[in-house]
Design a protein around this ligand. Sequence first.
Ligand SMILES: [Mn+2]
Length: 160
Amino acid sequence: MKILVVSDTHGRDGNLERVLQKVKPIDALIHCGDVEGREDYIPLVAECPAYMVAGNNDFFSELDRELELDLGGHRLLVTHGHNYGVNIDLSRIIEEAAARKKDIVLFGHTHKPVVTYKETVTAVNPGSLSYPRQEGRRPSYAIMEIDHQGEVHFTINYLR
Ligand SMILES: [Mn+2]
């Protein structure tokens, strides 16, 4: 099972379209928020189930603020992350995921990609495809792969 995880496209979907061409076929797309009005368009180009949450810039969106998903035997929390202070550190978002018995939390907001493990929880931020802020500022996305043993593998990938 191959899942594309992206975040913070902020209404600019050119890089998302480029990534989709590169990584298709995929079983699902997960967007961690700040779609900025593109929630109807993104599922059309994804051509697969698309799970999206609202970010702090999706003021008028009817998207859910958070999603709890069961995928390939894994329990996921998907949230933009701004309500958990992710610009400071990941302790609160990881505690929340653990409290809800999730083994994976996917978030965005910082525009900086990260994969980190703490006790039972894997926390992943794919970074931003439109406005990257990490050192080097390359647009980034994550691939989540669940193998035949049910083990999950995350990779952070870059455009350019
Ligand atoms: Mn953002």
